[in-house]
Ligand binder design. Structure first.
Ligand code: DX5
Ligand code: ZN
Length: 219
């Protein structure tokens, strides 16, 4: 049974104070930092890019779990790697050739993740499961923090977990979108081992990050 890890999404952080915010996450017990990169094309929102990631990387020893909601994505992988991404997660819908994008991330020595939108079936990535380090199951339609959790994706988590044990694979299963203190337990029971959370971590209990991370981790 893998240790449950928390990857807070800085999309819900104070963007005028990101250095302090990621230091709060680190001292609050976060296992990694979830960086939501949006291009206003793949998703209807625009956030940050390589220069900001590079600037932040110096101020944290945590892994940067970079979620690329951009398309096309292949030609930008190198710059996110150079900026300091440790895990690079891409959407199959955003690359012309998923296999070459996976190989590119691995060539750069980074961990590779594939993210599935709520309506995207697992079949799309079955042939790649042996090659990847992480599957990110979206429990909202990507683009914004603070959306409502879509419980129907838990059946996809269970299906993925079953395939993982049948094939004796060891990739991480991460869930992202609308995670709170109630549904996090169901997500863990379904087979998730990394929880992404923005709103719940930054806004609950008067923004007590340490308490919110502990509550999410406790089963
Ligand atoms: C949505 C992002 C998620 C989101 C999570 O497109 O990928 O990471 O920011 O934020 P909450 O926890 O507020 O739903
Ligand atoms: Zn995300």
């Amino acid at each position: 049974m893998k240790k449950i890890k928390i990857s807070p999404s800085i999309l819900s952080a104070d963007f005028s104070n990101l250095r302090t915010e990621i230091q709060r996450l680190e001292s609050g017990g976060a296992d990694m930092i979830h960086v939501d990169v949006m291009d206003g094309h793949f998703v209807p929102n625009l956030t940050i890019g390589p220069p900001v990631i590079k600037a932040l990387k110096k101020h944290s020893s945590l892994l940067f779990d970079v979620h690329l909601m951009i398309s096309p994505v292949h030609k930008y992988i190198q710059s996110y790697s150079e900026a300091g991404a440790d895990i690079i997660t891409i959407h199959p819908e955003a690359t012309e050739d998923l296999n070459s994008s996976i190989l590119k991330i691995k060539e750069l020595g980074k961990k590779v993740g594939i993210s599935l939108n709520p309506e995207t079936k697992i079949d799309v990535i079955l042939e790649f499961l042996e090659k990847i380090d992480l599957v990110l199951i979206m429990s909202v339609n990507p683009g914004f923090g603070g959306q409502k959790f879509m419980p129907e994706v838990l059946s996809k988590v269970k299906e993925l977990k079953k395939i993982q044990s049948e094939k004796k694979l060891n990739f991480d299963i991460e869930i992202d979108g609308g995670i709170n203190f109630e549904n996090s337990k169901k997500a863990i029971e379904a087979g998730v081992n990394i929880l992404v959370s923005g709103t719940t971590i930054f806004k609950s209990n008067n923004g007590d990050i340490k308490k919110n991370i502990e509550l999410l981790k406790s089963k």
